[in-house]
Design a protein around this ligand. Sequence first.
Ligand code: ATP
Ligand code: MG
Length: 372
Amino acid sequence: MHVLVLGAGQLARMMALAGAPLNIEISAFDVTSETIVHPLTKAVIGHGLDNAIHTADVITAEFEHIPHDVLDICEKSGKFLPTTQAIKAGGDRRLEKALLDAAGVKNAQYTIIQTREDFDAAIDQVGIPMVLKTALGGYDGKGQWRLKDQQEVDRIWAEMAEALASHNQAIVAEEFVPFTREVSLVGARGKNGEVVVYPLAENIHVDGVLSLSTAIDEPQLQAQAKQMFTAVAQSLDYVGVLALEFFDVNGELSVNEIAPRVHNSGHWTQQGAETCQFENHLRAVCGFPLGATQQLRPTAMINILGQDQVDSSLMATSGVHLHWYGKEKRTGRKMGHINVCADSQAMLFEKLQALSKVLPKAHYPAIHQITA
Ligand code: ATP
Ligand code: MG
């Protein structure tokens, strides 16, 4: 099987690594340069979307900010999964909110803003505090504002007006959800409609960027999350791995957003689950049986932000696994991750504590927060 992945980042890379033992070959399509590249070396192996589509058995995506004309061409080939509708919804918060409402899953109350009048109406309707997000192009907390005080309205409007000047842009104004924590559910739906999910992960974001994900075992929350996951996946007739990010408000979940792809909060499955999320995505889109999602042992994932080296002693620690993405170093950029496994939750916490002595706070903020 030959799978073409739209996007040539770390997710395509990790799909290639997971696909190799199953004889699933991956090539990556860089949507900006319209080149086909090797997912690991990034060597250019071809040019043009038509060429890329022609050589593929299946086409999928590793990110959601893909031009709609590219998606429409892929759709016409009949080879694209999970469905272009899901990718479009993941890339446009207006479509995403409509999808969540249509699937009947709880999500933050919202209105859409185009003009200053809309903004004033949103303040009446949604209230302060409010979270404002660009409909298009947001990731890692970028393209967002927090309105906490009436006095900030003019300043925030000036910044939003600038964002609104770009093509087809809008702002989604959401009520501020006073969550006790954030969790996410990663799962897969097969071509036959079968749904499997991994254990929930508890996620700690710092300055809008995911820093730490830990798999948790909470049956009541897991059941709620699986029900919402299934509703969204079925409403899209989805095939592949899908992630739902939730706010947990004292044990009640509401969906923050969806990611129609393998997800950063599912990287722990590489060492912590029987079948990792990358393999399960490929199994789903290739029409193979889905792999078991059981957790093997307590596992956490730490993102490596803005560093391209770690102390080599880490590699000598049992249960610690490094995953580099081969990217050029930039401040705050996701450069790789570290999966940490242990025999019990208490031992996992001890390992995270020991790692916080070696890994600096600037690049690994969440392990410092939880062990402080
Ligand atoms: P991602 O990197 O996951 O794609 P993103 O930029 O798309 O992030 P969101 O997940 O929507 O953005 O928001 C980033 C973070 O901001 C959330 O993880 C959460 O901590 C906070 N946040 C977002 N919306 C709300 C809300 N309505 N109420 C409270 N906090 C919120
Ligand atoms: Mg998010």
